[in-house]
Design a protein around this ligand. Structure first.
Ligand SMILES: [Zn+2]
Length: 334
Protein backbone atom coordinates (compact mmCIF):
# COMPACT_ATOMS: atom_id res chain seq x y z
CA UNK A 1 0.00 0.00 0.00
CA UNK A 2 2.87 2.32 0.78
CA UNK A 3 0.78 5.03 2.39
CA UNK A 4 -1.25 5.75 -0.75
CA UNK A 5 -4.91 6.67 -0.56
CA UNK A 6 -7.07 3.56 -0.57
CA UNK A 7 -9.97 3.24 -2.98
CA UNK A 8 -13.36 3.55 -1.29
CA UNK A 9 -14.37 -0.11 -1.05
CA UNK A 10 -15.62 -2.46 1.64
CA UNK A 11 -12.51 -4.59 1.04
CA UNK A 12 -10.35 -1.75 2.37
CA UNK A 13 -12.24 -1.26 5.63
CA UNK A 14 -10.77 -2.88 8.71
CA UNK A 15 -13.07 -4.31 11.37
CA UNK A 16 -16.69 -3.06 11.75
CA UNK A 17 -18.18 -6.40 10.67
CA UNK A 18 -21.67 -5.55 11.96
CA UNK A 19 -21.88 -2.20 10.13
CA UNK A 20 -20.54 -3.87 7.01
CA UNK A 21 -23.12 -6.65 7.23
CA UNK A 22 -26.05 -4.25 7.78
CA UNK A 23 -25.11 -2.14 4.76
CA UNK A 24 -24.21 -4.97 2.38
CA UNK A 25 -27.44 -6.77 3.26
CA UNK A 26 -29.41 -3.61 2.46
CA UNK A 27 -27.71 -3.38 -0.94
CA UNK A 28 -28.09 -7.05 -1.86
CA UNK A 29 -31.72 -7.08 -0.69
CA UNK A 30 -32.54 -3.85 -2.53
CA UNK A 31 -33.65 -2.28 0.76
CA UNK A 32 -31.50 0.79 1.07
CA UNK A 33 -32.77 3.26 3.68
CA UNK A 34 -33.03 6.93 2.90
CA UNK A 35 -31.17 7.88 6.05
CA UNK A 36 -28.52 6.17 8.13
CA UNK A 37 -26.97 7.17 11.41
CA UNK A 38 -23.41 5.86 11.81
CA UNK A 39 -22.84 5.91 15.55
CA UNK A 40 -19.48 5.21 17.17
CA UNK A 41 -16.15 6.61 18.38
CA UNK A 42 -14.02 8.97 16.28
CA UNK A 43 -11.46 7.53 13.91
CA UNK A 44 -12.87 4.02 13.56
CA UNK A 45 -13.97 4.20 9.91
CA UNK A 46 -17.39 5.89 9.74
CA UNK A 47 -16.41 8.23 6.90
CA UNK A 48 -14.51 5.47 5.09
CA UNK A 49 -17.58 3.25 5.32
CA UNK A 50 -19.85 6.05 4.04
CA UNK A 51 -17.60 6.46 1.00
CA UNK A 52 -17.42 2.70 0.35
CA UNK A 53 -21.21 2.46 0.61
CA UNK A 54 -21.76 5.44 -1.69
CA UNK A 55 -19.27 4.02 -4.20
CA UNK A 56 -20.92 0.59 -4.17
CA UNK A 57 -24.50 1.80 -4.69
CA UNK A 58 -23.38 4.01 -7.58
CA UNK A 59 -20.93 1.60 -9.19
CA UNK A 60 -21.79 0.84 -12.84
CA UNK A 61 -20.25 -2.64 -12.62
CA UNK A 62 -20.77 -3.64 -9.00
CA UNK A 63 -20.20 -7.14 -7.70
CA UNK A 64 -20.17 -7.77 -3.96
CA UNK A 65 -18.05 -4.59 -3.79
CA UNK A 66 -17.53 -1.48 -5.92
CA UNK A 67 -15.51 -2.31 -9.06
CA UNK A 68 -13.00 0.50 -8.59
CA UNK A 69 -12.68 1.06 -12.36
CA UNK A 70 -15.94 2.50 -13.72
CA UNK A 71 -16.34 6.29 -14.18
CA UNK A 72 -18.29 6.58 -10.92
CA UNK A 73 -15.73 4.58 -8.91
CA UNK A 74 -12.89 6.64 -10.37
CA UNK A 75 -14.56 9.84 -9.21
CA UNK A 76 -15.00 8.40 -5.73
CA UNK A 77 -11.36 7.29 -5.70
CA UNK A 78 -10.19 10.80 -6.54
CA UNK A 79 -12.50 12.23 -3.85
CA UNK A 80 -14.26 14.14 -6.58
CA UNK A 81 -17.76 12.73 -7.08
CA UNK A 82 -20.28 15.53 -7.70
CA UNK A 83 -23.09 13.63 -6.00
CA UNK A 84 -21.26 12.82 -2.78
CA UNK A 85 -21.58 15.83 -0.50
CA UNK A 86 -19.92 16.04 2.85
CA UNK A 87 -21.12 18.61 5.33
CA UNK A 88 -18.74 19.03 8.24
CA UNK A 89 -19.08 21.23 11.32
CA UNK A 90 -17.50 24.66 11.04
CA UNK A 91 -16.08 25.17 14.51
CA UNK A 92 -17.04 23.66 17.84
CA UNK A 93 -20.72 24.64 17.63
CA UNK A 94 -21.38 22.10 14.89
CA UNK A 95 -22.97 22.45 11.47
CA UNK A 96 -24.39 25.94 10.94
CA UNK A 97 -27.93 26.76 9.92
CA UNK A 98 -26.56 28.37 6.74
CA UNK A 99 -24.92 25.10 5.79
CA UNK A 100 -28.28 23.30 6.09
CA UNK A 101 -29.99 26.06 4.07
CA UNK A 102 -27.34 25.75 1.40
CA UNK A 103 -27.87 21.98 1.37
CA UNK A 104 -31.62 22.43 0.91
CA UNK A 105 -30.99 24.70 -2.08
CA UNK A 106 -28.74 22.09 -3.66
CA UNK A 107 -31.26 19.32 -3.00
CA UNK A 108 -33.90 21.22 -4.96
CA UNK A 109 -31.90 20.36 -8.09
CA UNK A 110 -31.60 16.81 -9.40
CA UNK A 111 -28.41 14.79 -8.89
CA UNK A 112 -25.70 15.38 -11.50
CA UNK A 113 -25.21 11.79 -12.57
CA UNK A 114 -25.57 9.36 -9.67
CA UNK A 115 -28.42 6.93 -9.20
CA UNK A 116 -28.06 7.60 -5.48
CA UNK A 117 -26.87 10.99 -4.35
CA UNK A 118 -25.28 10.65 -0.91
CA UNK A 119 -25.19 13.46 1.64
CA UNK A 120 -22.95 12.90 4.61
CA UNK A 121 -23.51 15.13 7.63
CA UNK A 122 -20.50 14.62 9.86
CA UNK A 123 -20.24 14.70 13.65
CA UNK A 124 -23.76 15.94 14.29
CA UNK A 125 -23.43 15.61 18.10
CA UNK A 126 -22.93 19.38 18.60
CA UNK A 127 -25.27 20.32 15.77
CA UNK A 128 -28.32 18.61 17.23
CA UNK A 129 -27.93 20.40 20.53
CA UNK A 130 -29.12 23.59 18.88
CA UNK A 131 -32.88 23.39 18.28
CA UNK A 132 -32.96 25.70 15.26
CA UNK A 133 -30.42 23.66 13.32
CA UNK A 134 -31.76 20.33 14.57
CA UNK A 135 -35.27 21.21 13.37
CA UNK A 136 -34.04 22.33 10.00
CA UNK A 137 -32.09 19.09 9.66
CA UNK A 138 -35.11 17.08 10.73
CA UNK A 139 -37.29 18.74 8.06
CA UNK A 140 -34.71 17.84 5.44
CA UNK A 141 -34.71 14.23 6.60
CA UNK A 142 -38.51 14.13 6.57
CA UNK A 143 -38.81 15.24 2.98
CA UNK A 144 -35.88 13.67 1.20
CA UNK A 145 -35.64 13.88 -2.60
CA UNK A 146 -36.24 10.39 -4.04
CA UNK A 147 -32.70 9.76 -5.22
CA UNK A 148 -30.98 11.05 -2.08
CA UNK A 149 -29.52 9.09 0.84
CA UNK A 150 -28.41 10.76 4.05
CA UNK A 151 -25.63 9.44 6.23
CA UNK A 152 -25.31 11.16 9.60
CA UNK A 153 -22.24 10.38 11.66
CA UNK A 154 -22.35 10.86 15.38
CA UNK A 155 -20.11 10.23 18.36
CA UNK A 156 -20.95 7.14 20.42
CA UNK A 157 -21.55 9.10 23.62
CA UNK A 158 -23.80 11.70 22.02
CA UNK A 159 -27.37 12.03 23.14
CA UNK A 160 -29.25 11.82 19.89
CA UNK A 161 -32.66 13.36 19.40
CA UNK A 162 -35.38 10.72 19.21
CA UNK A 163 -37.02 12.61 16.35
CA UNK A 164 -33.87 12.41 14.26
CA UNK A 165 -33.06 8.83 15.25
CA UNK A 166 -36.56 7.75 14.25
CA UNK A 167 -35.87 8.91 10.68
CA UNK A 168 -32.64 6.90 10.44
CA UNK A 169 -31.44 3.36 10.49
CA UNK A 170 -28.77 3.29 13.18
CA UNK A 171 -25.54 1.52 12.22
CA UNK A 172 -23.21 0.89 15.18
CA UNK A 173 -19.43 1.31 14.97
CA UNK A 174 -16.95 0.14 17.58
CA UNK A 175 -13.36 0.74 18.70
CA UNK A 176 -10.98 -1.36 16.64
CA UNK A 177 -8.88 -4.18 18.13
CA UNK A 178 -5.31 -3.00 18.50
CA UNK A 179 -3.93 -5.92 16.44
CA UNK A 180 -5.91 -4.69 13.42
CA UNK A 181 -4.63 -1.13 13.89
CA UNK A 182 -1.08 -2.40 14.33
CA UNK A 183 -1.26 -4.42 11.09
CA UNK A 184 -2.62 -1.44 9.16
CA UNK A 185 0.16 0.81 10.48
CA UNK A 186 2.79 -1.73 9.47
CA UNK A 187 1.19 -1.94 6.01
CA UNK A 188 1.58 1.85 5.86
CA UNK A 189 5.32 1.44 6.43
CA UNK A 190 5.49 2.20 10.17
CA UNK A 191 8.25 0.15 11.85
CA UNK A 192 6.84 -2.69 14.02
CA UNK A 193 7.80 -1.37 17.47
CA UNK A 194 6.38 2.10 16.78
CA UNK A 195 3.28 0.52 15.20
CA UNK A 196 2.76 -1.55 18.35
CA UNK A 197 2.99 1.50 20.63
CA UNK A 198 0.89 3.77 18.40
CA UNK A 199 -1.86 1.16 18.14
CA UNK A 200 -1.89 0.52 21.90
CA UNK A 201 -2.20 4.21 22.75
CA UNK A 202 -4.79 4.88 20.04
CA UNK A 203 -7.68 3.70 22.20
CA UNK A 204 -9.01 1.68 19.25
CA UNK A 205 -9.08 4.63 16.86
CA UNK A 206 -7.24 4.13 13.58
CA UNK A 207 -7.63 7.84 12.84
CA UNK A 208 -5.75 8.67 16.02
CA UNK A 209 -3.06 6.05 15.33
CA UNK A 210 -2.52 7.42 11.81
CA UNK A 211 -2.52 11.10 12.86
CA UNK A 212 0.68 12.78 11.63
CA UNK A 213 1.54 14.22 15.04
CA UNK A 214 1.57 10.74 16.63
CA UNK A 215 5.29 10.14 16.19
CA UNK A 216 6.23 13.61 17.37
CA UNK A 217 4.27 12.96 20.57
CA UNK A 218 5.97 9.58 21.02
CA UNK A 219 9.36 11.25 20.77
CA UNK A 220 8.41 13.94 23.32
CA UNK A 221 7.06 11.27 25.66
CA UNK A 222 10.41 9.46 25.42
CA UNK A 223 12.26 12.68 26.28
CA UNK A 224 10.10 13.31 29.35
CA UNK A 225 10.58 9.75 30.63
CA UNK A 226 14.32 9.96 29.89
CA UNK A 227 14.51 13.18 31.86
CA UNK A 228 12.77 11.56 34.82
CA UNK A 229 15.52 8.92 35.07
CA UNK A 230 18.28 11.54 35.40
CA UNK A 231 21.47 10.60 37.20
CA UNK A 232 20.76 11.00 40.92
CA UNK A 233 24.42 11.74 41.69
CA UNK A 234 24.36 14.81 39.41
CA UNK A 235 22.39 18.09 39.55
CA UNK A 236 18.67 18.26 38.78
CA UNK A 237 18.24 18.61 34.99
CA UNK A 238 16.44 21.96 35.29
CA UNK A 239 17.53 23.61 31.99
CA UNK A 240 16.48 20.50 30.01
CA UNK A 241 13.20 20.40 31.92
CA UNK A 242 12.38 24.04 31.15
CA UNK A 243 13.22 23.55 27.50
CA UNK A 244 11.01 20.47 27.27
CA UNK A 245 8.16 22.28 29.02
CA UNK A 246 8.38 25.02 26.41
CA UNK A 247 8.27 22.50 23.55
CA UNK A 248 5.28 20.71 25.09
CA UNK A 249 3.42 23.98 25.67
CA UNK A 250 3.66 24.58 21.92
CA UNK A 251 1.58 21.46 21.30
CA UNK A 252 -1.44 23.68 22.09
CA UNK A 253 -4.63 21.61 21.62
CA UNK A 254 -2.61 18.38 21.40
CA UNK A 255 -1.18 18.96 24.86
CA UNK A 256 -4.03 17.24 26.68
CA UNK A 257 -3.59 14.11 24.55
CA UNK A 258 0.15 14.26 25.25
CA UNK A 259 -0.49 14.35 28.98
CA UNK A 260 -2.81 11.39 28.54
CA UNK A 261 0.18 9.58 26.98
CA UNK A 262 2.35 10.46 29.97
CA UNK A 263 -0.41 8.99 32.14
CA UNK A 264 -0.02 5.72 30.24
CA UNK A 265 3.71 5.75 31.10
CA UNK A 266 2.86 6.06 34.80
CA UNK A 267 0.33 3.27 34.41
CA UNK A 268 3.09 1.13 32.85
CA UNK A 269 5.33 1.80 35.85
CA UNK A 270 2.53 0.80 38.20
CA UNK A 271 2.01 -2.43 36.28
CA UNK A 272 5.73 -3.15 36.48
CA UNK A 273 5.59 -2.94 40.26
CA UNK A 274 2.95 -5.70 40.35
CA UNK A 275 4.37 -9.20 39.72
CA UNK A 276 3.06 -10.91 36.58
CA UNK A 277 1.72 -7.73 34.91
CA UNK A 278 4.77 -6.86 32.80
CA UNK A 279 3.11 -8.05 29.59
CA UNK A 280 0.42 -5.39 29.92
CA UNK A 281 2.65 -2.37 29.53
CA UNK A 282 1.83 -0.11 26.59
CA UNK A 283 5.02 1.82 25.92
CA UNK A 284 7.14 -1.21 25.12
CA UNK A 285 9.80 0.96 23.46
CA UNK A 286 10.50 2.61 26.83
CA UNK A 287 10.98 -0.64 28.77
CA UNK A 288 14.75 -0.04 29.05
CA UNK A 289 14.16 3.41 30.58
CA UNK A 290 11.56 2.08 33.00
CA UNK A 291 14.15 -0.21 34.58
CA UNK A 292 15.93 2.78 36.16
CA UNK A 293 12.64 4.25 37.38
CA UNK A 294 11.36 1.09 38.97
CA UNK A 295 13.88 1.10 41.76
CA UNK A 296 13.22 4.74 42.65
CA UNK A 297 9.45 4.88 42.91
CA UNK A 298 6.99 2.85 44.93
CA UNK A 299 3.27 2.62 44.13
CA UNK A 300 2.42 5.52 46.47
CA UNK A 301 4.91 7.79 44.71
CA UNK A 302 3.55 6.82 41.32
CA UNK A 303 0.07 7.59 42.55
CA UNK A 304 1.24 11.10 43.62
CA UNK A 305 2.58 11.67 40.12
CA UNK A 306 -0.68 10.53 38.53
CA UNK A 307 -2.47 13.07 40.69
CA UNK A 308 -0.08 15.79 39.57
CA UNK A 309 -0.88 14.83 36.02
CA UNK A 310 -4.64 15.02 36.43
CA UNK A 311 -4.26 18.37 38.19
CA UNK A 312 -2.26 19.65 35.20
CA UNK A 313 -4.97 18.49 32.78
CA UNK A 314 -7.62 20.20 34.88
CA UNK A 315 -5.62 23.45 34.94
CA UNK A 316 -5.32 23.35 31.17
CA UNK A 317 -9.08 23.07 30.85
CA UNK A 318 -9.32 26.26 32.89
CA UNK A 319 -6.95 27.95 30.43
CA UNK A 320 -3.98 28.24 32.78
CA UNK A 321 -0.67 29.16 31.16
CA UNK A 322 0.41 26.02 29.29
CA UNK A 323 4.11 26.53 29.79
CA UNK A 324 3.78 27.10 33.50
CA UNK A 325 1.55 24.04 33.90
CA UNK A 326 4.13 21.90 32.07
CA UNK A 327 7.04 23.26 34.10
CA UNK A 328 5.34 22.54 37.41
CA UNK A 329 4.21 19.12 36.26
CA UNK A 330 7.63 18.04 34.97
CA UNK A 331 9.26 19.19 38.23
CA UNK A 332 6.81 17.04 40.11
CA UNK A 333 7.54 14.08 37.84
CA UNK A 334 11.24 14.08 38.77
ZN1 LIG B 1 -17.45 0.87 -10.23
Amino acid sequence: MGGGVLKPAFANIIGQELAREILLKAVSGGKISQAYMFKGPAGVGKRTMALAFAALINCRDAGPDACGCCPSCKKFASNNHPDFMEIVPEGAAGIKIDQIRDLKRKLSFPAFEAAHRVIMLADIQSTIRRPEVANSLLKTLEEPPADTIFILTVDEAAETLATIVSRCQVVPFYSLPFELICRRLEAEGVEPETAAVLSKISGGSLGRALAPEGRELLELRRQVVELSVYDLSGPLPIPELLHLAETCAELKDKLDYFLELLGLCLRDLMLLSIPGQEHRIVNIDLAHLYQGRRERWQLAELSDRLQALSLARKQLRFNCDRRLVCEVLFLRLL
